[in-house]
Write a protein that binds this ligand. Structure first.
Ligand code: MLT
Length: 406
């Protein structure tokens, strides 16, 4: 019989959001009349912007005509989208990122999960706690995490993020080669200030480390001085890769389009001290294992940057952030301490009790689904995350139900 990759035995039995989905399915089967409101996984509910739909349809029609039909596209994405991203998301803000440093993909989950493949197995990895579970799980799968003991893996440096540091982890006292940072943070909604990010960039430079900066929620930042991109920090091009996605920004969770920025100044070294360009390595990896995002989806993503697209995206974000405020106001009025919901679509609530117990309680008593904080890391225990991605009607209904049971 074929042998199992033993690292898979070190993973939790199922991925956090699959575990929640299964619990909800079981509850639903036992309570078929229950009208469940899902504020668990951050999945958008509002329709794709009209400008994206229009561009999508036109591109599908192009695929139906021989003269405009397209087969395989470039694995790194079509130039029209890479140029629109570089111009609108970076160059217009004075940030020096060129179109050929943008790699279009079908999601930041895949990119942030796959990137670790480029690093050696003895790479020292630092991961915030709590954070998006893909960073840790993908390193466990690769065999880089070591052995688990009481929720902690022996080879991982956990960057504790608690109310004591406003959920923004400080620089570790030990060396890390590969550092994951997520700002706005999923799940706490916390954001690094420019000064804090500058410290991380300085640490990475001093330690020859690479930062994986996940900015999937940058579009939800409302406060003026919060950095949207790590490249706002001088020298970040020498130390950081940045992940961004159209999923939450423009309602693409089901349409699938994202991108990763890999500046050409980034290098990895082999054991003999020879340097290898990270940009070329990622290009090599993607052109071997990925065939690109479909042409119509890339045209739909390009429309995000049209004048009308920008207005439509702003309206979507306003809608979700108003939902976040409604949720936050509920918990604050009930005396709960919470964070998030200002620069991020997630509200992070201190429950003061076991987070799975709280999950079960509100599912049973209010038929509302949230995400238990401990699922994002041991420091998330005693917290629960509410997603603001839903219709206004559902948010108001959830608030009315929760008001009665909390
Ligand atoms: C979340 O709920 O944390 C996200 O939706 C998960 C994801 O983006 O993969």
């Amino acid at each position: 019989m074929a042998l199992l990759n033993p690292n898979y035995k070190d993973l939790k039995q199922s991925y956090l959001f699959s575990q929640i989905a299964e619990k909800v399915r079981n509850f639903s089967a036992e309570n078929p009349e229950a009208k469940i409101i899902r504020l668990g996984i951050g999945d958008v509910t509002e329709p794709l912007p009209a400008s994206c739909r229009e561009a999508f349809k036109l591109a599908v029609d192009e695929m139906g005509v021989a003269s405009t039909f397209k087969g395989y596209g470039p694995e790194q994405g079509y130039a029209f989208l890479r140029e629109a991203i570089a111009k609108n998301d970076y160059q217009s803000l004075g940030l020096e990122i060129s179109a050929d440093e943008i790699f279009v993909s079908d999601g930041s989950k895949c990119d942030s999960g796959n990137f670790q493949e480029l690093f050696s197995l003895d790479t020292k990895v630092a991961i915030p706690d709590p954070v998006y579970p893909v960073y840790l799980d993908s390193n466990i799968m690769a065999g880089r995490a070591g052995k688990e003991n009481a929720g902690h893996f022996s080879n991982i440096t956990y960057l504790d993020s608690t109310s004591d540091n406003n959920f923004c982890p400080s620089i570790p006292s030990t060396h890390a080669d590969l550092i994951y940072l997520c700002s706005p943070n999923n799940p706490t909604g916390a954001t690094f200030s420019k000064a804090q990010l500058a410290e991380w960039v300085a640490y990475a430079k001093a330690n020859n480390s690479i930062i994986m900066f996940d900015a999937a929620y940058f579009a939800f930042i409302s406060e003026p001085d919060v950095p949207r991109s790590i490249y706002e920090i001088p020298c970040a091009r020498e130390v950081a890769v940045e992940f961004r996605s159209f999923s939450k920004t423009a309602g693409f969770t089901g349409t699938r389009c994202a991108f990763t920025v890999v500046p050409k100044e980034l290098y990895l070294m082999d054991t003999q001290g020879e340097k290898f360009s990270l940009h070329q390595l990622w290009m090599r990896r993607q052109s071997t294992k990925f065939n690109g995002v479909s042409y119509p989806v890339q045209k739909a993503a390009e429309a995000v940057y049209s004048e009308q697209g920008k207005l439509e995206v702003a309206a979507l974000i306003k809608h979700y952030m108003e939902n976040a405020k409604i949720l936050r106001d509920l918990f604050t009025s009930k005396g709960y301490t919470c964070s998030g919901g200002v620069n991020a679509p997630y509200v992070w609530v201190k429950t003061g009790k076991d987070s799975w117990q709280f999950f079960d309680q509100i599912l049973k008593e209010a038929q509302v689904v949230a995400t238990p904080g401990v699922g994002f890391g041991p420091c998330g225990e005693g917290h629960i995350r509410f997603s603001s991605f839903n219709s206004r009607e559902n948010i108001l209904e959830a608030v009315s139900r929760l008001t009665k049971v909390l």
